[in-house]
Design a protein around this ligand. Structure first.
Ligand code: ATP
Ligand code: MG
Length: 421
């Protein structure tokens, strides 16, 4: 026997028994975003590698370590590791910024990152993302954060905590980076290898290290909010005022800096205490220079990515009540070939009417057919035998109560019976 091929590490299959949970969450996400005026965009899974080098940023973990990149002919291609660069590219390429601003886009999509698989961290994960282009006001930040919170509450996981911070802009960041570098240089012998590299390449990321010693050092590091320019600190104050106005509690957390190069001003994360160390279920922020950097007109922007794999983990942990999908409205059993053909024709008719109907396609005995009907949770069942064909009458049984009702052996009559239930 040849070895069975297994799925790739860090990827998952979603079986029919679980798909209703995903559909429920995805529908809630799109409906919530719809109420805020976000329109769904679908972009390709494969893009030119340069899109992420320019968009996500050359020095990010995603681009340096996590991208699935390959060459096809002369093209350098990558599987999409995150959604923002694609959304910006799609907006520019389709001229969407020329329409009414703000432009509000949302998506649900798989992203691919070659990281260490563990609970809540996969090599293919699914994100619900929103992007808002053109609005500079902190009202837009509050709107986007409220959207995320509305969805979390709708899904029954409003017990997550919102952490917010401001990481400044190209005007105030260099001053902050200098203060941060000075602080860390005197402690560089205690830092992990990666942080020693960050000290040179991307000092802001020092605050985000998961190593215990580095985490302790980060606690007393200078804070971004202490070095904000007037514009950035005004924006941050404006955001806090608006979060209060829309009824959102938050913690100002100087250690939230996010892993991407493009963020400016507001950054935020929703963090759960239910699912271990991969606890951030949603992360986002403002990126006021990204669109211009990617070749567009100077346009402010902001958004978030919500990890639906982690959202579902928190929901399971909370014992969420997922709506149970319909399984089978009626099982039409049969005995004999003509009877089986009648059952098939009847089932197909009922399906066109929107009912979930099953009939035997296995050549099973009546007893085995009824066992199957039970297993799939059929609401009603009936059996067509020679007697039923002759008399044109069916006995339809309610599988829960065992009660039987006579119904003419006729597609309209059977559909009428089910409509009445
Ligand atoms: P983390 O710090 O957990 O690595 P990140 O900063 O890399 O997260 P983002 O790029 O901001 O994450 O993505 C937004 C959200 O997508 C995260 O908050 C998380 O919920 C989810 N996410 C990111 N990477 C993964 C992954 N490998 N597996 C599952 N979910 C993920
Ligand atoms: Mg990451």
């Amino acid at each position: 026997m040849p070895l069975k091929t297994k799925r790739i590490r860090g990827t998952r299959d979603i079986t029919p028994a679980e798909i209703h949970k995903w559909r429920y969450v995805e529908r809630a996400a799109l409906e919530t975003a719809g109420c805020y005026g976000f329109g769904e965009v679908r972009t390709p899974i494969i893009e030119k590698t340069e899109l992420f080098i320019k968009g996500t940023g050359e020095s990010t973990d995603i681009v340096t370590k996590e991208m699935y990149s390959f060459k096809m002919g002369r093209e350098d291609i990558s599987l999409r590791p995150e959604g923002t660069p694609n959304a910006v590219r799609a907006a520019l390429e389709n001229g969407l910024l020329g329409d009414a601003l703000p432009l509000k886009l949302c998506y649900i999509q798989p992203n691919f990152r070659h990281e260490n698989p563990q609970a809540g961290r996969y090599r293919q994960h699914t994100q619900f993302g929103v992007e808002c282009f053109g609005a500079a006001s902190p009202s837009a930040d509050a709107e986007v954060i409220r959207l995320a919170r509305d969805l979390l509450e709708r899904l029954g996981i409003g017990d997550v905590t919102l952490h917010i911070n401001s990481i400044g802009c190209p005007q105030c960041r260099p001053g902050y980076n200098a203060a941060l570098t000075e602080y860390y240089e005197t402690r560089s012998d205690k830092l992990c290898d990666i942080c020693r590299e960050r000290l040179v390449r991307n000092p802001l990321r020092l605050l985000d290290c998961k190593n215990d010693t580095c985490k302790a050092i980060a606690q007393n590091a200078p804070k971004t909010i202490e070095k904000l320019c007037g514009d950035c600190s005004g924006h941050f104050d404006g955001l806090k005022k608006r979060l209060d106005a829309v009824g959102i509690n938050y913690i100002t957390d100087p250690l939230i800096v996010r892993g991407l190069d493009y963020y400016t001003k507001t950054v935020f994360e929703f963090i759960s205490d239910k699912i271990g160390s991969q606890a951030t279920v949603c992360g986002g922020g403002r990126y006021d220079v990204l669109i211009e950097q990617m070749g567009g007109p100077p346009t402010p922007g902001l958004g978030f990515g919500m990890g639906l794999d982690r959202i579902l983990m928190v929901m399971e942990e909370n014992g969420a009540d997922f709506p149970v999908p319909r399984t089978c409205d009626i099982y039409i059993g049969s005995m004999g070939e003509d009877e089986g053909i009648k059952a098939l024709a009847l089932s197909c008719h009922l399906r066109r009417e929107g009912f979930i109907a099953h009939c035997d396609t296995m050549g099973r005995s009546v007893k085995a057919q009824m066992k199957y009907a039970n297993k799939i949770g059929a609401r009603f069942s009936c059996i067509i035998g020679s007697n039923e064909l002759e008399t044109g009458k069916l006995s339809v049984k309610d599988m829960q109560t065992g009660e039987a009702q006579a119904v003419p052996l006729d597609e309209k009559a059977l559909a009428g019976f089910l409509y009445g239930k």
